[in-house]
Design a protein around this ligand. Structure first.
Ligand code: C5P
Length: 223
């Protein structure tokens, strides 16, 4: 059978990663976390002393880091210049800087090309999660899903993932999420948006298992 390509987009904290990983594992597909790639290039910029608010400097360096994504949904990996980046890309410092870096057109062009080649090489198909997958990266995907959730639900979920002190400050988590979504939705190049042909799923009152079931059913229906 032909490879199946699934695009899952939506704002932060809507359950994209948990859902995409589980769906991919269930159906024997690959999994690609495109946010991890933008985080990885951001981490490289920060560790190489590039001012992330200097779009010219970021553009000039965009092609330099070598980013490798492992697509096994049971153990996804991300490496930058041969270094494991899974830990460092989740720091507050990277999270705060990623929207500025991902807004730079040269960064997007480079990462988009990488994403397309990974999707094209997935033998049985792949679930790709991000912000602009359905509209820009894989407009011919077999299924496009756009996940949403209330601001409260998203902040609570994200807070649950953070450790210690950060987790206790729900208001700050919520504010940071809103700020990042506003930046991602308002940038000129390939903003966060729902494709016209995407199925919108509001996950506010659904359990993770219900969302997974819903997406699996949609994929089976799309095949
Ligand atoms: O999904 P995650 O929250 O890890 O994504 C981190 C950041 O990467 C987003 O806030 C956004 O700035 C950027 N991103 C993007 N396009 C994608 C995926 C992520 O611009 N397809």
């Amino acid at each position: 059978p032909a490879a199946v390509i699934v695009a899952i987009d939506g704002p932060a904290g809507t359950g994209k990663s948990s859902t995409s990983k589980a769906v991919a594992a269930k159906l024997g597909l690959g999994y690609l976390d495109t946010g991890a790639q933008y985080r990885a290039i951001t981490w490289w910029m920060l560790t190489n002393g590039i001012d992330v608010n200097d779009a010219r400097a970021v553009a000039d360096a965009a092609a330099k880091p070598v980013i490798v994504s492992g697509t096994d949904p049971a153990a996804p990996t991300i490496a930058v210049d041969g270094l494991d980046a899974a830990g460092p890309i989740r720091t507050q410092e990277v999270t705060s800087a990623v929207s500025a870096v991902s807004a730079v057109p040269e960064v997007r062009a480079r990462i988009t090309a990488l994403q397309r080649s990974i999707a094209a090489e997935a033998p049985r198909g792949i679930v790709v999660e991000g912000r602009d997958i359905g509209i820009t990266v894989l407009p011919d995907a077999d299924l496009k899903v756009f996940l949403t959730a209330s601001a409260e639900a998203r902040a609570a979920r994200r807070s649950g993932e953070l450790k210690g002190k950060e987790a206790t400050d729900l208001a700050a988590t919520r504010e940071a999420l809103m700020k990042r979504d506003a930046a991602d939705s308002s940038r000129k190049t390939s903003p966060l948006a729902k494709a016209d042909d995407a199925v919108e799923v509001d996950t506010t009152d659904l359990t993770l298992d219900q969302v997974i079931e819903c997406v699996v059913t949609l994929i089976e229906g799309a095949g």
